[in-house]
Design a protein. Structure first.
Length: 256
């Protein structure tokens, strides 16, 4: 074999080695990427399984009982909920009673100085707040709301955490159906239909009529816009005349 043939053979072998090395590096990289993706998927599945294993499903309904509005909050699961907050807005229409007349009749002078204005559609309300450090499984609590007169509808926000500190929230809209039963409320909407983990929703204490997200994201991405509008147009129930209700651990508890 001549020197030229040997040089050519070495060049071919070197090129083949380079190609094999390139293929090996490519396949190794693909394997590493796939392994990472599989690990992330497995971690996500394990996280979801853990969340579902401890997920408490809070729900609510409203009733008109003996001239009082009662909100019932239930946890039909075995798992407790923690850091529970409930905001219940009973809403009124200016076509039925204008906000000025309502304020003079039912709101304290201090409350009237808040300058609450109706929504663009002419609605306003009064909101009640309830808070529970923990909410046991297979329990319900019945809360009598401060309602000076029967409202045509309700907007309710429930926020809670599970045992591994995932935070959830849902908004409800209930409406009365006078032609069929003037003393009952029907569920008009529930958003989201299946609660998913979200950042904690906090009151904006610089502007008490609004909320902010703990992670500074847009609150409208997580809370129904209609609830936010009604909340901004509502008096705190503490400014109702002759009210005595507190906030913490409010209501009567029952087994499910």
């Amino acid at each position: 074999m001549t020197a030229d043939n040997i040089a050519l053979l070495n060049a071919v072998l070197t090129l083949a080695l380079v190609l094999l090395t390139g293929v090996y590096v490519f396949l190794t990289h693909r394997l590493v990427v796939q392994t990472k993706e599989t690990s992330r998927e497995n971690a996500a599945i394990q996280t979801l399984q853990a969340r579902l294993a401890y997920f408490p499903k809070l729900s609510c309904r409203t009733n008109w009982i003996s001239d009082r509005i009662v909100v019932t909050i239930s946890n039909p699961c075995d798992h407790p909920a923690y850091d529970v907050e409930v905001f219940a807005i009973h809403c009124y229409d200016e076509n039925d009673i204008d906000i000025a007349t309502f304020s003079v009749k039912y709101i304290t002078e201090e409350g009237r100085r808040l300058g609450i204005s109706p929504t663009e559609e002419g609605f306003y309300g009064v909101f009640n707040t309830m808070a529970y450090a923990d909410f046991p499984g297979r329990k319900k609590v019945e809360v009598i709301l401060d309602t000076p007169m029967m409202p045509p509808c309700f907007h309710i926000l429930i926020q809670f955490k599970d045992v591994v500190s995932y935070n959830y929230a849902q908004t409800y809209w209930f409406f009365s159906d006078p032609p069929n039963d003037p003393h009952s409320y029907k569920l008009g909407s529930m958003r989201p239909s299946v609660p998913m983990p979200i950042p904690r929703i906090d009151r904006d204490w610089d502007n008490f009529s609004t909320f902010v997200m703990a992670d500074k994201s847009n609150v409208e991405h997580h809370v129904d816009r209609e609830f936010l509008d009604f909340f901004k147009a509502s008096f705190p129930s503490g400014y109702l005349k002759n009210t005595t209700h507190g906030i913490e651990d409010r209501g009567r508890w029952h087994d499910l």
